[in-house]
Design a protein around this ligand. Structure first.
Ligand SMILES: *[C@@H]1O[C@H](CO)[C@@H](O)[C@H](O)[C@H]1NC(C)=O
Ligand SMILES: *[C@@H]1O[C@H](CO)[C@@H](O)[C@H](O)[C@H]1NC(C)=O
Ligand SMILES: *[C@@H]1O[C@H](CO)[C@@H](O)[C@H](O)[C@H]1NC(C)=O
Ligand SMILES: CC(=O)N[C@H]1CO[C@H](CO)[C@@H](O)[C@@H]1O
Length: 523
């Protein structure tokens, strides 16, 4: 898709700043089960670490960490005052004149200078605020995400690609003031285990419940070590008193054992880690969005023609003869739900799986379609599930033969946001390795990685600020931009119109125009 630079576009740009600061509900201190063996201060601190990466992978881990490094943010002393922090009501932005003068054309880059001030209207002198920016035209259901560059002096530049003719409206939102980022970083540093998990152990009539996590404090003798032998992904539970490590039956979320400092609460709308935006040093920056909405439909800018699969029979035609494996968190489970809902002939096979966790399976005998969903391995914050179903995606991929009729969609992010970034990077490295192996033995396999979406996580910028997946022949489904560019509110679970667009992208890769399986439109 290309846009001739000479096309005349009339842009009337409105200035709007909108706010997303609302009060948070602080996470309550949840009671931990009393069966945990407490550890005294004399005992060795820990035999494991949340931050460890194997030495041979340290370089890759460090590169990824550098690529998402966040500018320095102000310290937050106990007596800090909210009035000194960034305030959207006192902040402004200005649309900069077109480089070279003249009127705006489709294909131009639009730059917006943002000045952030505090609650008393004093300009801020440092950067690190978390800002989102997008261009919208509600009349034609158009939208595109902008890129925000931090000048580290209280001013920011948002850069947008102008991709449609007509009006566009700039929207900038302050998601977190920089002090909130300081607190978030401190919280993750000090409470890497604030999300905790439970396992029920059972043998005969004896039942015990213990706490489990990626890493636990305590000496080796007091832990059950469930570290995955194949991937090296760590997992530990406290050893039950009467039972053995082999008696583990279930896995479930425990909760969050963390009480924020009450005066720090006011800084947040929610306790999610921010997305790290690349820092802006170069003068002329270009934004290369993954795509944009026009008339409510996503148009990819990577050369993929996104087709519209507007009804169940069009989607079924595309999926005829295919095996589709969906792996990951609930944001990819939404795809399973979308593809099985209101679809005649698609039967969800009752595997007696627990509500959220799955695994799920759906069959369409007539059209020879198999759809599966399986959650990723621990840490996974779901309702109780069988411990043996907490299998790693990397391990599962080893059981997939692959081939031209196999479609794999992977989404891993939401359950990692409370952990140090190393935990997430290690998981991605393991999955990447397994994907490379799969594509080596079956290069025709279609592998699609669904990125995180705003509701905020660290994780999305890993794909944009590094060419991390570029070495692997996978397709990226840029859920981040697909949500940011859409006018619907951000949500952990994007709403149906956004899911429909995501499914259109998945099916457009599955059944490309001119490909073998054309879907309903050519039947
Ligand atoms: C846990 O098991 C893994 C794999 O067997 C091993 O490499 C690791 O050292 C063990 N960790 C502890 C703390 O026992
Ligand atoms: C902030 O930094 C940018 C980029 O270096 C510069 O253009 C701008 O004038 C600075 N603004 C202030 C208020 O110092
Ligand atoms: C479904 O969509 C296809 C392609 O857009 C169209 O040709 C077909 O008539 C539609 N079928 C129904 C039942 O609406
Ligand atoms: C322990 C571990 O994950 N090691 C991996 C580090 O990365 C190399 C290749 O990049 C792999 O071959 C190792 O298995």
């Amino acid at each position: 898709m290309h846009f001739p630079k000479t096309v005349k576009a009339k842009f009337i740009i409105l200035k709007i700043i909108f706010f997303m600061i609302t009060n948070i509900t602080p996470t309550k201190m949840a009671p931990k089960p009393n069966t945990i063996t407490p550890f005294g201060p004399t005992e060795p601190a820990s035999v494991c670490s949340f931050h460890s990466a194997s030495p041979e992978n340290a370089t890759e881990v460090n590169l990824l960490k550098e690529s998402i490094a966040w500018p320095e943010t102000p310290s937050v002393p106990p007596d800090f005052s909210l009035t000194d922090t960034s305030d959207p009501a006192h902040s402004t932005f200005t649309i900069l004149p077109r480089r070279g003068g003249g009127s705006w054309h489709v294909g131009d880059q639009l730059e917006v200078l943002i000045r952030i001030s505090d609650h008393r209207g004093r300009p801020r002198k440092s950067g690190g605020d978390l800002l989102y920016a997008r261009l919208q035209n509600r009349a034609v259901f158009a939208g595109v995400a902008g890129k925000v560059l931090d000048h580290r002096n209280g001013s920011y530049t948002a850069v947008f690609s102008l991709l449609w003719e007509g009006n566009a409206q700039v929207e900038v939102s302050l998601v977190h003031p920089s002090e909130a980022i300081t607190v978030l970083a401190k919280v993750t540093q000090e409470y890497p285990d604030r999300a905790y998990f439970l396992s029920v152990f059972r043998s005969g009539s004896v039942t015990e419940t213990v706490t489990c996590n990626v890493c636990l404090k305590g000496p080796k003798e007091k832990l059950c070590n469930y570290t995955d032998l194949h991937t090296g992904e760590p997992w530990f539970c406290y050893k039950p008193k009467k039972l053995t490590c082999d008696n583990r039956i279930t896995h479930s979320k425990g909760g969050f054992s963390f009480k924020p400092e009450s005066n720090e609460n006011q800084l947040f709308q929610r306790l999610y880690l921010p997305v790290y935006l690349p820092d802006g040093t170069s003068d002329i920056v270009k934004t290369k969005p993954a795509g944009y909405y026009y008339q409510g439909a996503w148009r990819a800018l990577d050369g993929t023609t996104v087709r519209q699969f507007n009804n169940a029979s069009a989607r079924t035609q595309c999926l005829k003869g295919k095996v589709v494996h969906l792996y990951g968190d609930s944001t990819v489970r939404q795809f399973f739900e979308f593809l099985t809902g209101n679809t005649p002939g698609r039967h969800v096979f009752d595997l007696k799986s627990p509500g959220q966790a799955g695994p799920y399976m759906a069959l369409d005998y007539k059209n020879n379609i198999l759809l599966t969903y399986r959650c990723h391995g621990s840490p996974i914050l779901y309702t109780p599930m069988s411990a043996i179903e907490t299998r790693h995606i990397a391990t599962e991929l080893r059981t997939v033969a692959g081939g031209p009729d196999t479609v794999i969609v992977i989404s891993v992010w939401a359950h990692f946001t409370s952990f140090p970034i190393e935990v997430y990077i290690r998981r991605l490295l393991n999955i990447k390795r397994a994907v490379v192996q799969l594509l080596t033995r079956a290069p025709d396999t279609l592998v699609i990685i669904r990125t995180s979406n705003p509701k905020g996580s660290v994780l999305s910028e890993i794909r944009t600020s590094s060419d991390w997946y570029a070495l692997v022949n996978v397709q990226l489904l840029d859920a981040w931009e697909m949500c940011l560019a859409h006018h619907l509110p951000h949500s952990l679970h994007p709403q149906p119109p956004i899911i429909k667009n995501m499914i259109d992208v998945v099916l457009s890769h599955t059944c490309p125009l001119g490909g073998k399986s054309e879907g309903a439109t050519k039947q």
